[in-house]
Design a protein around this ligand. Structure first.
Ligand code: PCA
Length: 203
């Protein structure tokens, strides 16, 4: 059985909940039995995520799937690229810094994101491949997973999924933000786990 590392983020900014954690818990309530899971909830903190990833990625992981919240998005974005550039949320672009001083400019996911997006759409779940995950923690965890895997020869395949807000997060804000029910998004993640179980061989 392939061993899948599934992570979510905690609250940040003025969000009391992070949909990635709500979705991760929902996925685990009804899990395909064909993958072995290691799950983590990470705080939205650059330094903490870097330290904890270094430790957690050494646990014989075959595939890492990271989840994060993308307020305003109306679909699941499967992120193809992680870039070596970071800034705090309140900062302007000129204050950005490299995530890893001597690291390459970017890493690309080798997982079948286009196929996964198609599989989701075929089940009525809006999804697209995206080529820019921003410059905040979501991009950082994607980049760092590839970087740590490369530096330590861990041979981990990785993907990042940016998730729409859930209706319960937007209903009282009345901002008109797009949302998708948690179970719908969780079903999208389960499709990926099923595909990993079918296609990825455990070491
Ligand atoms: N979303 C933010 C950081 C944590 C999260 O869930 C992002 O898109 O970078």
């Amino acid at each position: 059985m392939p061993r899948v590392f599934l992570t979510a983020f905690g609250p940040y900014g003025d969000w009391e909940t992070n949909v990635s954690w709500l979705v991760l818990q929902q996925v685990m309530r009804d899990l395909p039995s064909t993958v072995e899971m290691v799950t983590r909830l990470y705080p939205v903190d650059f330094a903490e995520v870097a330290v904890r990833l270094e430790r957690d990625l050494t646990k014989d992981i075959d595939v890492a799937i990271h989840l994060g919240q993308a307020p305003g998005a109306g679909r699941i974005d499967l992120e193809a690229v992680g870039i070596n550039w970071a800034r705090e949320r309140h900062q302007r672009g000129e204050d950005a810094r490299p995530l890893v001083a001597a690291g390459p400019a970017a890493y690309r996911s080798d997982l079948p994101l286009g196929k996964w997006a198609q599989m989701m759409r075929a089940q009525g779940i809006p999804a697209e491949v995206s080529h820019h995950a921003g410059t905040y923690l979501c991009n950082a965890i994607h980049y760092l997973t590839h970087h740590i895997s490369t530096e330590r020869n861990l041979d981990i395949q990785a993907a990042f999924l940016h998730l729409p807000l859930a209706p319960e997060q937007v209903v009282d804000r009345r901002t008109g933000d797009a949302s998708l029910p948690i179970e719908t998004t969780a079903q999208g993640v389960r499709l990926i786990l099923d595909d990993i179980a079918a296609e990825v061989h455990a070491r």
